[in-house]
Design a protein around this ligand. Structure first.
Ligand SMILES: Cc1cc2nc3c(=O)[nH]c(=O)nc-3n(C[C@H](O)[C@H](O)[C@H](O)COP(=O)(O)OP(=O)(O)OC[C@H]3O[C@@H](n4cnc5c(N)ncnc54)[C@H](O)[C@@H]3O)c2cc1C
Length: 473
């Protein structure tokens, strides 16, 4: 029997896709920029099936690319061209195994779509705070494997901080199961953290115990025009204290991206009538319901923004008066990636520096990129509460995609050199995948890469799981 027949015997016909047409959606990345090959797309329905498939592949020396919702932006889930192994999709493993509102936890399979989990938590009066633009398609196993960040890290941390237990199929085909809801467990190395953010190179995450929080009952969302990034950072700094630690999101927005959304995304409204360059989307929330005699978050936020206007930190602001207005503000923010695909050619960076250094970084990165290509148009946006920018540079007006492409490498080098000068990160939340391998090799200390390689070799001596991603061996 061939390997495919053996795999079919494990996962059944429903769990196997063969042929270019059926496999196509799995072999192209979300941006539509990367395409690869696979001998088969395998869709197991249980941990035992995943383990059996891994064992078969190991015996045959066949590599495996794990995939969740395929929304990753670094090519981690896309096989390379000529890949003759399998792509293993977790999409059929989508059960919520247990929701424990008393213990504030949820035990789930890796293929659960993030939004489904958010909704399940909300229906139990709990919050799963992981929140990102791709939440309607990305899966919790993918979120864990990329250690996804998103819009509420400033309050709740990134995915890593939301995990209590994991179940993983190792490259050997063994199942490592620590599905425990323990907040304290100092029994040697905390292995779950090895697999979180490993981008599928060390094991296949099959289940997780996720932490939940109280569901916010009093939420205030504001859209504020600010004079510059310095004002945005100062506003955030003051907001932490003024809200008594209740800032749940703080996003920097740029006019160029806003214009792109207005042009390409139907049904959104520009929240403020005036045109400025920089805006902040600020959200405060509390689990205490609004009650008579107690000031609501919205009224406290309004007072705060009024004072910030007097200090010159805010030019104009509007507070959402209802859920629809708040949803419109968030839809604009979450559509930046989508409208960016339809807009002019751009070079995009996902990076971080210390929050207080963001204004200086934006100024110096603008100078550095313009030294390479005068007329390049910077549009820094992102989760400034975490020091994380999605720093886009759009082509000068009228420049063709081909002409602009020549500047990608020199702009990238100038930009990433500056990140290194600032002691920042060349990948704040999207990971390395295949796209940033060269940059990681260029900037990471050799000793760090050596440790990563040693861990990889120890767990996956045959280099079967997602080979060639993050670093080359
Ligand atoms: C519109 C949009 C907005 C986004 N916004 C954000 C954001 O705000 N913050 C952020 O951090 N990211 C963001 N992303 C990136 C992306 O959504 C996240 O990285 C997400 O966590 C990926 O989940 P996924 O299920 O799609 O994973 P995939 O793309 O399928 O896979 C990502 C990586 O994880 C590996 N993998 C997947 N599942 C498993 C598993 N079960 N076991 C082992 N390895 C696995 C894959 O091999 C790959 O290396 C955004 C993407 C889009 C398209």
């Amino acid at each position: 029997m061939s390997l495919i027949d053996d795999i079919r015997a494990v996962v059944g016909e429903r769990g196997l896709l063969l042929g270019a047409e059926a496999m196509r959606p799995y072999l192209t990345d979300w941006r539509g920029k990367l395409t690869g090959d696979a001998a088969a797309v395998v869709r197991p329905a249980s941990t035992e099936e995943v383990a059996a498939v891994v064992r078969l592949c190991r015996r045959a020396g066949v590599p495996i690319v794990p995939q969740g919702g395929n929304t990753g932006l670094m090519g981690g889930a896309t096989p390379f061209p000529g890949h003759d192994g399998i792509l293993l999709s977790l999409g059929r493993m989508n059960r919520i195994i247990e929701l424990d509102p008393v213990g504030y936890t949820m035990t789930v399979e890796a293929g659960c779509v993030l939004q489904t989990l958010q909704e399940a938590a909300a229906s139990a009066d709990r919050l799963l705070p992981l929140s990102l633009g791709a939440q309607g398609s990305c899966m919790i196993g993918g979120n864990l494997s990329t250690n996804a960040g998103g819009a509420q890290v400033v309050q709740y941390g990134n995915t890593r901080s939301m995990v209590l237990g994991l179940e993983v199929v190792l490259p050997s085909g063994e199942i490592w199961s620590r599905l425990r809801a323990l907040k304290k467990d100092n029994t040697g190395y905390d292995l779950k953290h090895l697999f979180i953010g490993a981008e599928g190179t060390l094991g296949i995450i099959t289940k997780a115990v996720i932490k939940l929080w109280p569901k916010p009952k009093d939420v205030a969302t504001a859209w504020a025009a600010v004079p510059d990034p310095q004002a945005a950072v100062e506003l955030l700094s003051l907001a932490h204290a003024a809200s008594e630690g209740n800032v749940t999101s703080c996003e920097l927005l740029h006019r160029l991206e806003l214009d792109g959304v207005m042009q390409h995304i139907p049904g959104v409204q520009d929240p403020l009538p005036r045109r400025d360059t920089f805006y902040v989307l600020l959200e405060w929330s509390s689990a205490r319901p609004v009650a008579e005699g107690r000031e609501s978050m919205a009224s406290r936020l309004e007072q705060f923004l009024g004072e910030a206007m007097e200090q010159g930190l805010v030019l104009d602001a509007v507070i959402a008066q209802n859920d629809a207005q708040a949803a419109n503000m968030w839809r604009i923010r979450e559509s930046f990636a989508e409208s960016g695909r339809a807009g002019p050619p751009a070079i995009s960076f996902d990076m971080s520096v210390a929050t207080s250094r963001i204004p200086d970084f934006i100024a110096r990165a603008t100078v550095a990129a313009r030294a390479v290509l005068p007329g390049i148009r910077p549009s820094p946006i992102g989760h400034i509460g975490d020091g994380n920018l999605h720093f886009n540079f759009k082509a000068p007006e009228g420049m063709s995609r081909e002409a602009f492409a020549q500047y990608t490498d020199p702009v990238t080098r100038a930009f990433n050199d500056l990140i290194a000068d600032f002691g920042g990160s060349i990948s704040a939340e999207h990971g390395i995948g295949s796209v940033k391998i060269g940059e990681l090799a260029y900037y990471a200390p050799e000793v760090e890469l050596d440790v990563m390689r040693a861990i990889k070799r120890a767990l996956d001596p045959d280099n079967l799981l997602n080979p060639g991603k993050i670093f080359s061996l």
